[in-house]
Ligand binder design. Structure first.
Ligand SMILES: [Zn+2]
Length: 231
């Protein structure tokens, strides 16, 4: 499991997050069963979100206490109750390392782990207003992790997903089916979701994205962008 980074000066600005990690993501992350691509996105959200750090700590504490109970077989019917009772006040999840000195990361992003900050240097323009920068998390399982920059007011090509897509806003905002996602917010989509998010007016939007597989684009523009961007 990736550790969550320590909050830094970037996070001390008051940030109101509206969209947090789902329970399923919290459990997967805390139990260490999450792939590296998703883990990086989740860790970056945790960096900015004390509420979700607390939930991860709680899940880790419950998991640890349950494992101890299971080790003392046979499992008593009140094992869960006893495990819960033994948990002291959960500590905050350990904090991942932030980009060293923030020298590498743009000042107007939420603060990010160093490998995310470094990836920005590999940006490649793939369409007017759009750049993509791959993040190598060494997952080797076909999952894709990348930074995506889209200019203000632009609409993303209509697409769906083969598996799960996590999108974390590092800068700016986008609207998806009438819902606004701003800095620090995380969006979770799967193959049941076909969407075409629109970047909010005012400034560019930069997101960190993890996808189980390449996107399934639904229009010609998407096919062109995908061919160049490899996403
Ligand atoms: Zn959160």
């Amino acid at each position: 499991m990736s550790p969550a980074p320590a909050p830094t000066d970037n996070d001390k600005k008051t940030m109101t997050l509206s969209h947090h990690l789902s329970d399923a993501l919290i459990v997967d992350y805390a139990s260490g069963s999450m792939g590296r691509a998703q883990s990086l996105v989740v860790a970056t959200h945790l960096h900015a979100c004390a509420a979700c750090r607390g939930r991860v700590a709680q899940a880790e504490a419950v998991g640890g206490a349950l494992l101890e109970e299971i080790a003392s077989t046979p499992l008593a019917p009140d094992a869960l109750d006893r495990a819960l009772a033994r948990i002291e006040r959960p500590r905050e999840a350990a904090a991942p390392e932030a980009a060293a000195g923030h020298a590498r990361q743009p000042a107007d992003w939420i603060s990010v782990p160093v490998e995310v900050a470094e990836a920005a240097a590999r940006r490649r323009w793939v369409a007017p207003g759009v750049w993509v920068a791959p993040v190598d998390v060494g997952s080797g399982d076909g999952a894709l992790t990348y930074l995506l920059r889209v200019g203000q007011g632009m609409r993303m090509p209509q697409h769906t997903h083969a598996g799960c897509e996590l999108t974390l806003v590092l800068k700016g905002a986008f609207d998806d089916a009438g819902v606004r996602f701003g800095p620090g917010d995380i969006s979770e989509a799967d193959d049941a979701v076909e969407h075409s998010p629109v970047i909010a007016a005012g400034q560019e939007c930069v997101c960190l994205v993890a996808c189980d597989n390449r996107l399934i684009v639904k229009d010609w523009l998407g096919r062109v962008v995908q061919a160049y961007a490899g996403i």
